[in-house]
Design a protein around this ligand. Structure first.
Ligand code: SF4
Length: 417
């Protein structure tokens, strides 16, 4: 196998000149394949024949070549789908390409893994090519619930994969968990948290089950096979908040919790950004703060210099377009600055730190304090928001309804104005 080449700064100046601006600092790649479709999942992902996976890898390499002159990523994130489903040869082709194109060497390089598809060889290869953060989709540590969700992995695979990743040298690991799963009692949730927190990972993402149309779980709900218990979901979120805090995690976004130091360390690390714990996911911070990011692969969205666009959610179509030498865009739209600022405002509310006045102004060119005064006042009156001399942010009660709270911050009328 070849080794990653260091290629400091190659092409960055050329890129900036060609695209007329500083290169984009964030890169997302969507890998749309999974061994089996989970019952609740509405992402563009699923099983596919080996030939299509190889065709996708070839197309992705072409897409990387197309954007490389304009991208020098500080953060890279391979999500899905199940990126760890790519075989060793395919991963090596992708990683070698990243380094050849000057896209390697990111400060944070995350790859999502399913516990059923982690191997020592793959972990060693990823680590050798600069991947330094793994996000593992665990969802539950209860065999019955894993089965209920249609997950392909067992609880034993989670512990085994975690050991493999640590042995390969990964010292920044996230696990995803889900709560409010039908049949998940408070006792079961507490047991999963006991075991998950004992793993000592640096990061924890916890999502409430949502019922997306066209998923088997939604159909079961519609057919009356179970009820949604909002009170239990609220209790589970409270337990999560309290227990993760006791275990050394700090919440920094509605569903995300990070440590300020590793469990084996005694000294706290510097914050990732002001008010944000050290092991927060820097790539996702960029999304919530409205920074530019390329999005590659089928169904991936991107935001680059005022233009929002998305690739086709169809892997064959995606490959065909790339084989013709151009990107596979389903749509692209330029948003007026106020509409973009409204979206950025709403998105940033998901973070515990909320919006520092200065940062919002620097990011969008608008004043949150004046342009969104009545929206903030309404949230404060409801007990969902808090205004400080430096910030606006949601309260703990408000964070649980961050999406609803952010709705009034949108300015869609400016799109047609
Ligand atoms: S592994 Fe993830 S992306 Fe794939 S079907 Fe399950 S939830 Fe969806």
């Amino acid at each position: 196998m070849s080794s990653p080449s260091s290629d400091p700064g190659r092409g960055a100046a050329v890129a900036a000149a060609a695209f007329g601006d500083a290169p984009v600092r964030s890169l997302y790649v969507h890998v749309p394949f999974c061994a089996h479709k989970c019952e609740y999942c509405a992402f563009y992902s699923g099983p596919a024949p080996g030939e299509l996976i190889q065709r996708y890898v070839d197309a992705l390499i072409r897409e990387l070549e197309l954007i490389a002159p304009d991208c020098r990523p500080d953060t890279v994130f391979f999500g899905g789908g199940t990126p760890s489903l790519l075989n060793l040869r395919q991963w090596e082709a992708v990683l070698t390409t990243l380094h050849r194109l000057g896209l390697g060497g990111a400060r944070e390089f995350s790859v999502e893994c399913n516990p059923a598809t982690v191997s020592a060889d793959k972990a060693a290869l990823l680590r050798r090519f600069g991947v330094n953060r793994i996000s593992m989709g665990v969802q539950s540590l209860d065999e019955g619930l894993l089965d209920r969700l249609g997950r392909v992995h067992s609880r034993d695979m989670v512990f085994r994969s975690h050991d493999i990743l640590r042995a390969a040298g990964f010292d920044n690991v996230n696990i995803d968990l889900m709560f409010a799963i039908p049949g998940q009692t408070l006792e079961v949730w507490n047991r999963t948290l006991d075991e998950a927190l004992a793993l000592g990972t640096e990061h924890l993402s916890c999502y409430e089950v949502i019922y997306e149309e066209d998923t088997p779980l939604y159909e079961q709900l519609k057919a009356g096979r179970f009820d949604v218990d909002e009170d239990l979901a609220a209790d589970q979120y409270e337990v999560l908040y309290d227990r993760s805090g006791e275990a050394g995690f700090r919440p920094y976004e509605v569903a995300n919790f990070a440590r300020t130091r590793r469990v084996v360390e005694t000294v706290e690390r510097p914050e990732a950004e002001p008010g944000i714990p050290a092991f927060a996911c820097r790539h996702n911070l960029g999304y919530w703060r409205g920074r530019d990011s390329y999005g590659l692969g089928p169904s991936a969205s991107e935001w680059v210099r005022g233009l929002r666009s998305r690739n086709w959610s169809n892997t064959v179509l995606y490959c065909e377009q790339l084989e013709k030498g151009h990107r596979a865009k389903e749509f692209a739209e330029a948003l007026p600055p106020l509409a973009r600022a409204g979206e950025t405002a709403a998105f940033g509310l998901r973070m515990n730190a909320g919006w520092p006045w200065d940062e919002f102004r620097e990011r969008t060119g608008f004043e949150l304090r004046t342009g969104w005064a009545s929206d903030m006042a309404a949230l404060v009156a409801r007990g969902w928001g808090e205004i400080t001399p430096t910030h606006f942010r949601l309260t703990r009660a408000g964070l649980r309804f961050a999406d609803a709270a952010g709705q009034s911050f949108l300015r869609p009328e400016s799109v047609t104005a």
